[in-house]
Design a protein around this ligand. Structure first.
Ligand SMILES: Nc1nc2c(ncn2[C@@H]2O[C@H](COP(=O)(O)OP(=O)(O)OP(=O)(O)O)[C@@H](O)[C@H]2O)c(=O)[nH]1
Ligand SMILES: [Mg+2]
Length: 286
């Protein structure tokens, strides 16, 4: 496998997105939150060469970071795609281990209105602060299973095809770091095999609908009803586009058909005329 790997980090503010980005890049490319006011407002990308492959990581503004308009933040997160399209790429939904709550389910809903209803099929969950979990004396897998008992978390993990990885972003053991990195890249490679492609038109529909509502809905949260309205509008707009492209496709197809028939009909006449003309032309130039 020599193709490139592209990750987009998404999740709540302080979940460990930038630290995870640095873990993958193996250098401090992104600024972590321990520096006051350091969190980013716009998506930012860095790359590293690993073996023969370029690994690109895009960091995004944390969700629920400020008192500002959530929809504005979502449109900034959406611009992360500009660094990785047309793909394949995958999302890393970063969750701080000890802070796994029902809000993660809400975050997943936000991912769907940003990147489309199937986004979780392209998502790997990253549980950070594995070291904290270890301090509790519990096995990390057991902790995930405990959370799995929670219906919302269970459905989130299920929707992500059960893909998750646990990370201590400050792991000192080089071998352990390498193993984790290999694991997450392997997951991305598996997802890339089933890559369904990137659709610019659908994505601009998702973006437009969010931008439109950002004019009026300026709160730091969206209600379930607002999320529902956005989803319905996105679906309607996307359907309009699909119908339009099918109709124009059919028209272009019909045009080619007519042209083909015309060529077929005119062809023999033209060839005939040319054959008849050749002796005349030849005679003329004798
Ligand atoms: N102990 C420990 N600390 C971590 C780990 N991952 C991240 N942190 C710390 O958690 C804090 C938040 O991490 P960031 O990576 O800055 O979080 P973020 O998601 O990028 O936050 P925003 O940019 O505000 O959205 C920082 O102080 C990190 O150093 C981890 O695995 N273990
Ligand atoms: Mg950050």
């Amino acid at each position: 496998m020599t193709s490139n790997v592209r990750f987009i980090l998404v999740g709540k503010t302080g979940a460990g997105k930038s630290a995870t980005g640095n873990f993958i890049l193996r250098r401090s490319a992104f600024v972590c939150r321990n520096i006051p006011g350091s969190f980013i407002q716009e998506a930012e990308a860095h790359s590293v060469q690993l073996d023969n492959r370029i690994v690109t990581v895009v960091d995004t503004p944390g969700l629920f970071a400020t008192q500002g308009c959530l929809l504005r933040t979502l449109t900034s997160v959406q611009s992360s795609l500009d660094f990785v399209k047309p793909g394949p790429y995958c999302f890393l939904l970063v969750i701080q281990f000890g802070k796994l709550t029902d809000i993660e389910h809400y975050t997943a809903e936000l991912l769907k209105i940003m990147f489309g209803p199937n986004v979780l099929e392209q998502t790997i969950i990253v549980f950070t602060h594995e070291d904290d979990a270890a301090l509790s004396g519990k096995n990390i897998e057991d902790l995930v299973n405990d959370f799995y008992g929670n219906e919302n978390v269970k459905s989130l993990l299920d929707e992500c095809g059960g893909r998750y990885i646990t990370l201590n972003n400050y792991e000192f053991n080089e071998e352990l770091r390498r193993d984790k990195l290999q694991k997450v890249i392997m997951m991305a490679d598996t997802l890339a095999i089933d890559w369904k492609g990137y659709c610019e038109e659908s994505f601009s529909v998702y973006r437009r609908v969010l931008q439109k509502h950002a004019e009026n809905w300026k709160d730091e949260h969206l209600t379930a009803e607002q999320v529902r309205i956005i989803k319905v509008e996105q679906k309607q707009e996307e359907r309009k586009y699909t119908i339009f492209s099918n109709v124009t496709g059919a028209m272009v197809g019909a045009g080619i058909g007519v042209l083909g028939v015309a060529t077929y009909a005119v062809g023999p006449v033209a060839v005939g005329a040319l054959t008849a003309a050749i002796p005349v032309i030849a005679k003329h130039f004798k």
